[in-house]
Design a protein around this ligand. Structure first.
Ligand code: AMP
Ligand code: MG
Length: 507
């Protein structure tokens, strides 16, 4: 364990892919580049607020160095840059996007592999377009707490090492309705094998830059998919299948825990199948497959909970199109989409086996799941509480799960008892409770829980953040002493509160 300067820094991405000639500079198009060297801003009053011991341990890094983790100056070995990528946003090609509010410090070689350390909110980059490259405390807490919570839930995700406040105020219009206000600036240092996205590849295909696309693909497989190569069609297909499989696995985990990403644009899809870019995400409380937390998406609800698996396929198709220049027989890429579908279905079925304690998938289970899906929507019912109570029921009796209901349940009790009886018969009165407790978390980062942590932190009290970080490090544990406070349905105040039921991309 040592300070940042003691880490083994490397610059493989900068060495192996083409970049921008210019360092820093104004927002601009940077054709032909995968990155631009960028200097993080220097925070006026950097203060370290949150620190993940487990990420620190993985990197061999001791707690501290607020100034560097809130921006500049970089320590020896670091070579800071912003990545260039493009993407489809809400179904439309948006051209060059890039790291507008993220600056990579460098890559670190650790005992557990190589990790990229990236500051989110450390100032302007050539990809900031019309914005400032800063981030506010509210969105930084949401990213920090959720990425750590997801990790402990067993959902593939980027990690968060630290959260620092910068001492600077940042102007934001949270709901894009003309109500601007100053908020505290903050920076999260996030960590992943890389922050390469589907859009990192798309931008070069879209501009017909085959040489850069090839250099990027070769770099990516050499370091991150070392059993693969992209020299021939078989190689590209095998690599693409690997990416499809990890994407399918990630989304099946989202469905299991009730996570809604909120902005599944192709620039927000990690090439590693990691959950990335925590913005207006949310957690299903009332089980409603049509729900999206993102108010920007309220009219089409493209990124609603129930549609995430299909959007995963759509995004993958756009990424596969970007690989066409690498293929002699590009029509073969279609098979990768079939693979995505197959793998998703396999994970989906085993997810239901675990969530319902079925021991194994059998004839008729599809119907059992469909019926549950419909009975869950009869009245507002809390997803997390329902599945967790189901782990412990002693028989098919609706009273045992009624704590999950937000409304009077008189009219739906018969339907529930009917479903519970069918399920109880299916598991022969002996559900696999161990599997159920490992698949149905008791504690997730409910939207209002994150908001309570934010409200306290905005007035200088980080104890709620710390309490939630601890609680959510053991989401499947019973933690009986925490039940009264956190194993609870959404409180009334949170129903229509900005930050709980309504979120925007403003950060
Ligand atoms: P998102 O889909 O929210 O991850 O962001 C889409 C694009 O907008 C990315 O290129 C971001 O880097 C950029 N962006 C979002 N917020 C900011 C900001 N505050 N400053 C600069 N760029 C931003
Ligand atoms: Mg993004």
């Amino acid at each position: 364990m040592g300070p940042l300067s003691s880490l083994q820094w490397s610059q493989r991405f900068l060495q192996e892919t083409p970049g921008d000639d210019q360092t820093d500079g104004p927002s601009r198009q940077v054709p032909g580049a995968c990155w631009s060297r960028t200097t993080p801003f220097t925070a006026p009053d950097p203060t370290l607020r949150l620190w993940s011991d487990s990420v620190g341990l993985t990197l061999g890094l001791e707690r501290g160095e607020a100034a560097t983790l809130a921006g500049g100056p970089p320590v020896a070995g670091m070579a800071c840059y912003a990545q260039r990528y493009g993407g489809h946003q809400f179904g439309n090609w948006a051209g060059q996007l890039g790291d507008g509010r993220a600056i990579t410090l460098g890559e670190v070689e650790s005992e557990s592999g190589v990790f990229e350390l990236q500051l989110k909110g450390a100032g302007h980059t050539p990809y900031s377009r019309f914005a400032d490259g800063k981030a506010v405390l509210r969105s930084s807490i949401r990213e920090y707490l959720c990425s750590e919570a997801m990790h402990h839930l067993g959902v593939p995700t980027t990690r968060a090492l630290s959260l620092t406040t910068t001492g600077e105020s940042v102007m934001r219009d949270v709901m894009y309705n003309g109500n601007k206000a100053l908020e505290q600036g903050a920076v999260v240092c996030r960590v992943a094998p890389s922050f390469l996205r589907f859009g990192s590849f798309q931008i070069h295909a879209a501009t017909g830059d085959e040489a850069t696309l090839r250099a990027l693909a070769e770099h990516t497989v050499r370091h991150h998919f070392p059993t693969h190569q992209v020299q021939d069609d078989d190689g590209v297909i095998a690599w693409a299948e690997h990416v499809a499989e990890s994407t399918a696995l990630m989304i099946s985990h989202w469905m299991r825990v009730g996570f809604v990403h909120g902005v599944m644009n192709t620039d927000n899809m990690s090439i590693h199948g990691l959950t990335i870019d925590y913005g207006p995400y949310g957690w299903l409380e009332d089980y409603n497959p049509g729900w999206t937390p993102n108010t920007t998406d309220a009219s089409h609800r493209r990124y609603r909970y129930g549609q995430q698996p299909q959007i995963g396929a759509w995004n993958l198709a756009r990424w596969l199109e970007s690989l066409i220049p690498l293929m002699n027989a590009p029509e073969r890429l279609e098979s990768v989409l079939d693979r995505y579908g197959e793998v998703f279905n396999t994970h989906h079925n085993s997810m239901w086996v675990e969530k319902l304690g079925l021991h194994q998938w059998a004839e008729g289970d599809e119907e059992l799941v469909q019926e549950l899906n419909s009975v869950l929507q009869n009245i507002e019912t809390d997803m997390t509480i329902f599945f967790r109570l189901l782990c412990d029921v002693s028989g098919p009796n609706v009273q045992e799960i009624s704590f999950a209901f937000y409304e009077e349940s008189d009219g739906v009790e018969a339907a529930w008892n009917q479903w519970l009886t069918r399920w109880w018969g299916r598991v022969e009165g002996n559900p696999d409770r161990t599997a159920m407790r490992a698949a149905n978390p008791k504690y997730v980062l409910r939207n209002w829980m994150a908001q309570l942590a934010i409200d306290a932190a905005e007035s200088g009290d980080y104890s709620v953040c710390e309490a939630l970080e601890k609680l959510l490090s053991d989401p499947y544990g019973e933690q009986p002493e925490q039940e009264d406070e956190w194993f609870q349905k959404r409180p009334e105040w949170a129903k229509n509160r900005v930050g709980c039921s309504m979120l925007s991309c403003s950060s």
